[in-house]
Design a protein around this ligand. Structure first.
Ligand code: NAD
Ligand code: TYD
Length: 366
């Protein structure tokens, strides 16, 4: 039986991971530590509220004393570290929070883990610090380059990816210098339920429903490798249970799409849902484009993101060969499930789109 401290468990991937874990490992204890920034939402965890093996603590990963007290109180043996500032565009307009949480927060967690597991317990606890990272640390690819492997040199281009790269290096150093049992996974772009609607796929779905423009940065030919979020949780599960300490594992979907094509695909799917279920037109009367089956007319090319990475692609051969990893969800089924989830969960995305988030979005495009 494991006792997990999951940082950032109220965010998109963290919440999906907590659902996955408590469903699969029903004896394990999960303690979520989350500061509930704009991106963290207790609603994301409503399915596990009331589960005796689930505890939620509101707090900051930079608070080392808090982390140490939680580790001791709950006899934590596993940390799964998701907490981060995660949106590239925000890292361009305001990098401070990224340095604070992604670098200093990870450093603070590592210090707490070293103190509780190595200094106080003298290394007697069978422990694991799993760090959740991104393919963005590897930089950008051109069309003909081979996909990123674990051997690809780090070359981060945005304040977000640079802050994640810095945290990856700290995690590595705590293994090599102090013997902390660490693993790191570098995953490609995720999509699925509870994805905050500032990111491409949920932004496009919710904008269609509000009859708003679908902003495409630059020429829209940038490529991302999309993975259904539960397949990320599954990959982390394999790394935790079978991965070798001190190693990095790439997780990806082998599913490259140019942004413009993925946006068109989502337009088609929303239209087909409206065609199948006439009650959607009554529920979303603003979705004029979807109702008139002309959704792509909302596509609007806007100024490019500064320093925009052209292409990401993951080579997950090591994770497949060593851990037996294969994504379980096809893109076709995953994206259809995702569109359906947003159509069925209007109250969730309306709530998270309130207030400060909306002001920020308006400023970007005006
Ligand atoms: P998210 O922005 O949806 O969630 C981040 C969570 O961390 C939120 O709940 C937020 O409240 C919490 N948090 C932020 N600062 C905190 C702090 N100082 N202390 C405690 N909690 C804090 O992010 P996400 O998309 O779920 O990403 C989770 C992790 O996965 C990140 O580390 C990210 O770099 C990594 N990742 C994301 C993707 C992706 O496609 N979204 C892909 C690969 C890796
Ligand atoms: P995003 O979801 O922000 O993830 P990341 O930058 O981490 O890959 O963006 C995915 C891609 O979509 C990226 O190339 C930027 C592009 N994009 C747009 O073209 N328009 C948008 O409104 C957003 C949010 C992103």
């Amino acid at each position: 039986m494991k006792k997990l401290l999951v940082t950032g468990g109220a965010g998109f991937i963290g919440a999906n991971f907590v659902h996955y874990w408590l469903n699969k490992y029903q004896e394990d204890k999960v303690i979520v530590l989350d500061a509930l920034t704009y991106a963290g939402n207790m609603e994301n965890l409503h399915l596990v509220q009331g589960n005796d093996n689930f505890t939620f603590i509101k707090g900051d990963i930079c608070d080392q004393a808090l982390v140490e007290s939680l580790m001791l109180e709950h006899s934590i043996d596993t940390i799964v570290h998701f907490a981060a500032e995660s949106h590239v565009d925000r890292s361009i307009t305001g990098p401070d929070a990224f340095i604070e949480t992604n670098i200093l927060g990870t450093y603070s967690l590592l210090k707490a883990a070293k103190k509780c597991w190595l200094d106080v317990e003298s290394g007697s606890v069978e422990h694991r610090f799993h760090h959740v990272s991104t393919d963005e640390v590897y930089g950008t690819l051109s069309a003909d380059d081979p996909a990123f492997s674990e051997e690809t040199a780090y070359a981060p281009n945005s304040p977000y990816s640079a802050s994640k790269a810095a945290s990856d290096h700290l995690v590595r150093a705590y293994h090599h210098t102090y013997g902390l049992n660490v693993t790191t996974s570098n995953c490609s772009n995720n999509y699925g339920p509870y994805h905050f609607p500032e990111k491409l796929i949920p932004l496009v779905i919710t904008n269609i429903l509000h009859n708003k423009e679908l902003p495409i940065y630059g020429d829209g030919m940038q490529i991302r490798d999309w993975l259904y979020v539960e397949d990320h949780a599954y990959g982390i599960d394999l790394v935790l249970n079978k991965g070798r300490v001190g190693e990095n594992y790439n997780i990806g979907g082998n599913n490259e799409w140019a942004n413009i094509n993925i946006v068109k695909e989502v337009c088609k799917l929303v239209e087909s849902e409206f065609a199948k279920a006439p009650e959607l037109a009554a529920r979303f009367p603003e979705a004029v484009a979807a109702i008139n089956a002309n959704t792509e007319s909302l596509i609007t090319y806007v100024k490019d993101r500064p320093g925009h990475d052209r292409r990401y692609a993951i080579d997950a051969t090591k994770t497949r060969d060593e851990l037996g990893y294969e994504p379980q969800e096809s893109f076709e089924t995953g994206i259809a499930k995702t569109v359906t989830w947003y159509l069925n969960n209007e109250s969730w995305w309306k709530a998270v789109m309130d207030g400060s988030y909306q002001d920020w979005v308006e400023k970007q495009y005006k």
